[in-house]
Design a protein around this ligand. Structure first.
Ligand code: NAD
Length: 497
């Protein structure tokens, strides 16, 4: 059995806590590896390595940092297939989707390669006689990243490329369900010439996270995961004086207005609801059919949904893979089975689906629920599986109210041909990322990613300019080189006049 340890101080380190957990191949249901769970002492060792490395890395030149990042970019691009295969083996998503995940991570690495431009400060000369003011940004220190299972390579890359580019050192705690991709990223960073200790990986569960939240040597924490854990991380981390950005769960709505191209809307709904088996924080999980579009739209979605090919992620014929664990599959199936009793119409039922020869895999087919009551569990909870709920709304206003009444506010989309309605939606939707005729509006690397309400705790979104702000502290320097003629004591408050 393969065992997965940690990466501390520039090398692989075996787990020493005596605690560990299984990593499964979701397509077979068989255990593929055993991952070590770090104790508080092992987390301390990683933080110590990061603190030690910080002394030199924080003052390394921008050219030194970008040289490493450019090399890392090339290595990652060359090894993208290997990273994608590791993702598919432990997460289950289909290979093309895993490659897409790596590509979106690479985007952020490329933005980080441009850090000299992003870190340029500001200078105001002559704010008062012979007085200049400069604004600069400096690294915060040791940064921790805690990441979810659904993007084992991309979400870490939302964080560490910019954190390192800004001069911080990093400790990553990946999801214990699919930890191997993070290990490979650590090796590639080392191969790219990153000094020892600048990037560390500790595997583990709550024990490791709680130590990071309390550790006095950790200055800032980026978290991505479910809302209850995001809230815990934000509350505990900030109470220990740390800067925290904690991204939580989602229930993304897609409004389809009566003038929309219903074929395009149905294509988009099926792609966004069932891609990666619905295990995406930007998945569309609720379609709001506005006006009289409902019956036709549901028929078009159902027709497409029935054709989605579910199978192993390494089979090029598969469009959707299995779910991450058996327990999660059963939980998702429970929502579909309970939906009818709570008033929904089950149009497509994916429960009970299996792949011949791989019956122990974590399989479920796609499900489509129509006329889902807003009080039902299927509508109210984040299911995080291939289940699409359709809700009917009579008017645009009623549809927007559903978006805005949701406790989450990650993404929201509108499908329409009416520019005025689309513009109104952009301004009125209470969500951090809005799509107009785009179902998964994940911002490109040079913008920033983040939701509103229970989808993000903290002030800063991730990556892009917001990422640079999160990973740096602002400093303002006021300078005067006095003329010998300037002199004298003045107890008044300094003003520029
Ligand atoms: P999760 O919250 O269970 O786990 C996330 C991380 O927190 C993991 O590293 C895990 O080990 C750790 N963790 C789990 N329970 C903990 C606890 N009680 N105390 C401390 N640490 C704990 O999330 P997941 O199941 O891995 O990922 C799916 C969730 O992540 C979904 O809710 C999804 O919407 C969300 N997500 C959000 C975004 C976003 O950008 N907002 C992106 C991806 C995923």
């Amino acid at each position: 059995m393969k065992t997965i340890g940690h990466w501390i101080g520039g090398k692989a380190v075996e787990g020493a806590s005596g605690r560990s957990g299984p990593v499964y191949d979701p397509a077979t249901g068989a255990q593929a590896a055993e991952v070590a769970f770090a104790s508080a002492a092992e987390v301390d060792a990683a933080v110590d390595a990061a603190r030690h490395a910080l002394t030199e890395w924080r003052v390394s030149s921008l050219a030194q940092r970008t040289a490493v990042l450019f090399r890392f970019r090339e290595l990652l691009a060359a090894r993208r297939e290997d990273v994608a295969r590791l993702i598919t083996a432990e997460h289950g998503k289909v290979h093309s989707d895993a490659l897409g995940e790596v590509a979106r991570g690479l985007e952020v690495v490329e933005v980080a390669c441009g850090i000299p431009q992003l870190l340029k400060g500001e200078l105001s000369t002559q704010v008062s006689t012979r007085v200049d003011v400069a604004a600069l940004r400096q690294p915060v220190g040791v940064v921790a990243g805690i990441t979810p299972f659904n993007f084992p390579a991309m979400v870490p890359m939302w964080m560490f490329p910019l954190a390192l580019a800004c001069g911080n050192t990093f400790v990553l705690k990946p999801s214990e369900k699919d930890p191997s991709a993070a290990g490979l990223l650590a090796e590639l960073l080392a191969e790219a010439g990153l000094p020892e200790g600048v990037f560390n990986v500790v595997n583990g569960d709550r024990e490791a996270v709680d130590r990071l939240l309390e550790h006095p040597g950790v200055a800032a924490l980026s978290f991505v995961g479910s809302t209850p854990v995001a809230r815990h991380v934000f509350t505990t981390g900030t109470s220990h004086g740390k800067r925290v950005q904690a991204l939580g769960g989602a229930k993304n709505h897609m409004l389809v207005l009566p003038d929309a191209d219903l074929d395009a809307a149905a294509d988009a709904a099926v792609s966004a609801a069932y891609g990666s088996a619905g295990e995406r924080c930007m998945a569309v999980s609720a379609v709001v059919a506005v006006g009289d579009t409902g019956d036709e739209l549901v028929a078009k979605i159902a027709e497409r949904a029935r054709k989605v090919r579910v199978g192993p992620g390494d089979d090029p014929d598969s469009e959707m893979g299995p779910l991450i664990t058996r327990e999660h599959r059963d939980r998702v199936a429970g929502y579909v089975r309970g939906a009818a009793a709570q008033g929904a119409e089950v149009v497509v039922d994916g429960t009970g689906y299996t792949v011949p020869g791989r019956e122990d895999g974590h399989w479920i087919g796609v499900s489509l629920l129509d006329r889902v009551p807003v009080e039902s569990d299927a509508y109210r909870d984040e299911i995080f599986g291939p289940v699409l709920c359709v809700v009917r709304a009579e008017t645009y206003e009623e549809g927007v109210r559903l978006v805005n009444d949701s406790p989450w506010g990650n993404g929201a989309a509108v499908f329409t041909r009416d520019g005025g309605a689309a513009r109104r939606f952009q301004l009125e939707a209470a969500a951090g990322m809005v799509g107009v005729n785009v179902p998964i509006p994940v911002p490109v690397g040079y913008h920033s990613f983040g939701g509103w309400k229970d989808s993000l705790f903290g002030d800063h979104h991730v990556y892009g300019e917001e990422g640079v702000r999160f990973y740096t502290r602002a400093k303002v320097v006021t300078t005067r080189w006095p003329d010998p003629a300037d002199g004298g004591v003045d107890l008044g408050f300094p003003t520029s006049r």
